[in-house]
Design a protein around this ligand. Structure first.
Ligand code: SAM
Length: 259
């Protein structure tokens, strides 16, 4: 299944402000199929970067109370956090994605794509962690699904936080992007780890019949958005010459500690 195009011609353009209620119609399965139906080497790369950040999250040697923001129809960020989390809050805005995640966590047998991504996570956690073949039962136990907006995150609530393709993929407004990054950075206690993946230089993406906005982002603008709220910021970027998936032609991965 493809998330691009539609039988009626061009996809309709949603408004670019986040407060567009089209999130309620977000086609979770179409999104999953288009973005994660066929694993791409960039996904594995993002996983390794996220796991490196999670492995070094303080305090070491303990399990943390963590959050993932804008999880969407994707378990990858949860897989990356799971080995360090005794509790993992899933903070997602679209009702359709919450329902999809509930169903995904209720499955007896995980999809082959999740097996692939989980194996990349397992390898990246070696040699310190010996992880089970199937993460779903533990994920089910530790995940708490919350329907909420990034702009309404509580402050200083969690010990570490992840966010994959959310703050820059929910708006094309610089002020909203900055507010989303600020809310994300401030939901973690001082010294807590922040790890976030962003679309690089995207101008939006299509999911089935609808287009969604994105803010075209450079490494510098991602770092600038976090600089007032985080220390030790490090960014890695991968740029692809051609679009790999709708709106995706590379990523920026940012880590830091909440100030
Ligand atoms: C591009 S998708 C990313 C999904 C997933 N994290 C991934 O890595 O593929 C953007 C996600 O942000 C969610 N979202 C939209 N507005 C939001 C808001 N105000 N607060 C939190 N999440 C929001 C969408 O429902 C969607 O799941």
């Amino acid at each position: 299944m493809s998330a691009e195009g539609s039988s009626t011609g061009k996809p309709e353009r949603a408004a670019s402000r986040n407060a567009d209620d089209r999130w309620a119609e977000f086609d979770s399965e179409a999104y999953f199929q288009h973005y994660y139906g066929e694993p791409h080497p960039d996904d594995d790369c993002v996983i390794r970067l996220a796991v490196a950040a999670m492995k070094s999250a303080l305090p070491l040697g303990t399990e943390l109370d963590m959050v993932d923001v804008g999880t969407g129809p994707n378990l990858i960020s949860l897989f990356c956090a799971l080995p360090r989390a005794h509790r993992l809050t899933v903070w997602e805005y679209a009702e359709s994605n919450i329902t999809w995640l509930e169903a995904e966590l209720a499955r007896d047998v995980m999809r082959p794509q999740w097996s692939h991504f989980w194996n990349v996570v397992r390898e990246a956690y070696l040699p310190e962690f010996d992880l089970p073949e199937d993460p779903i039962p533990i994920l089910r136990e530790r995940c708490h699904l919350r329907r909420g907006s990034i702009f309404d995150l509580p402050t200083r609530r969690w010990q570490a936080a992840t966010m994959f393709y959310c703050a820059e993929s929910i708006t094309d407004r610089q002020d909203e992007f900055e507010a989303a990054c600020a809310a994300f950075a401030r939901c973690v206690r001082r010294g807590g780890t922040l790890a976030a993946a962003f679309l690089a230089r995207s101008t939006g993406y299509a999911v089935n019949e609808s287009c969604y906005p994105a803010l075209s982002l450079s490494v510098e603008s991602a770092v600038d958005a976090f600089a007032p709220y985080a220390d030790g910021l490090r960014a890695e970027a991968v740029a692809r010459e051609h679009q790999v998936r709708s709106g995706y032609s590379g990523f920026i991965f940012l880590t830091g500690t909440a100030r």
